[in-house]
Design a protein around this ligand. Sequence first.
Ligand code: SF4
Length: 296
Amino acid sequence: MQEVEAKTLMIPCAGEPWFGIRWTVNLYRGCCHGCIYCDSRSSCYQVHAFDTVRCKRDALRLMEAELRAKRSRGIVGMGAMSDPYNPFERQARLTRGALELLARHGFGAAVITKSDLVARDAGLLAEIARLQPALAGITITAAQDRLSRLVEPGVCPSSARFAALEKLRAAGVFAGVLLMPVLPFLEDDLENILGIVRCAKDCGASFVYAMMGVTLRGNQRAWFYDRLDERFPGVSRRYERTFGEATLCLSPRSRELSAALGAACLEAGIPFQMPGIVKALRAPYQLEQTTLFDGE
Ligand code: SF4
């Protein structure tokens, strides 16, 4: 695998807390999972040859130095710009190495992926969770494998991702489903959305977090429309008619779908809004702090 230079790895997160993540780390640049809607290939991110996976030179040494220099702890997230469990990770073990560093230095962890390889690190995530919050988010946008193979052709199908979710939960990891994007005219039907919630419930998911649409910009939009034309003839014209050049392309059924997802999650007892998810993730640690305080 090619290497690229990196000066720093831990980027502080600004704005609303996304899964309580305080810093993001990208150990790899580029991704070969080939999702037809991938936002990270947008020209605004300036990732040349996006489909070629490269790793950051000396990534773990850099990351350890940065962890040592931090004055306070927090959750370090992986998976913002590229999948931390791309096929090269099986051998390269950079993501695993980073999780080992987080465990050693007492930081929390959040990994976001579409690969079932994440289940390999269930024990390590559980070890981190003994002291700090640790979360695994598995992106699943299609209840049926047939559709997931068409929209996410370079990674395992949805059924394998649900199986990985089940393994993570069995190991005691706080793990759930990122139901995003929901592709208008392909995935925005009740059967798909409620099917995913049903499978998530069967796996014991800790959360389901959805966004009932997709973002499209510049070259990413053109790339997406080309893939649509190959696999779903006629659908790109519906996008053009409905969304024009808009970046945020919400499903025309987004309200109805959000309400149905909310009702299904409430019935299943699964958190589905970010404040509730972060609260559930942090709850065991706050309880410990209260207990310690009470005992003083
Ligand atoms: S897994 Fe994520 S980064 Fe990789 S192609 Fe799919 S959407 Fe893009």
